[in-house]
Design a binder for this molecule. Structure first.
Ligand SMILES: [Zn+2]
Ligand SMILES: [Zn+2]
Length: 111
């Protein structure tokens, strides 16, 4: 029953992405990263970036919305990988957190 809240939040972030400040910041980050996807680059792949991602999410850290050290250029598919919660509507804990827990459990007996 939180459709209304979610809808409102979407509208707020949508107007941010239309703002001049964001457009300017986005261009700055893309140029800084040579218009290349930084995650692909780590895997020695050259892919053009078409998205600028907030490392600390916009909704949790609105003060970092225009902080270029919190922004990274990504391609569409890498950006989707950074948002595993998108498209999954199971609710509660995010898959990302769960994966970290599994790593911890596995690592412990080896220490
Ligand atoms: Zn990529
Ligand atoms: Zn993102």
């Amino acid at each position: 029953m939180n459709y209304y809240d979610k809808h409102k939040r979407d509208q707020q972030s949508r107007s941010f992405y239309k703002s001049k400040e964001w457009q300017r910041c986005r261009q700055f980050v893309l140029r800084r990263d040579n218009y290349l996807c930084q995650d692909c680059l780590k895997n020695k792949r050259i892919t053009q970036a078409d998205t600028v991602h907030h490392i600390d999410e916009l909704k949790d850290h609105p003060e970092k919305a225009l902080d270029e050290s919190n922004l990274i250029s990504l391609c569409f598919s890498c950006h989707n990988k950074r948002h595993p919660e998108k498209g999954r509507r199971s609710g509660g804990e995010t898959p990302k957190k769960r994966r970290i827990n599994i790593y911890v459990e596995k690592a412990n007996p080896e220490v």
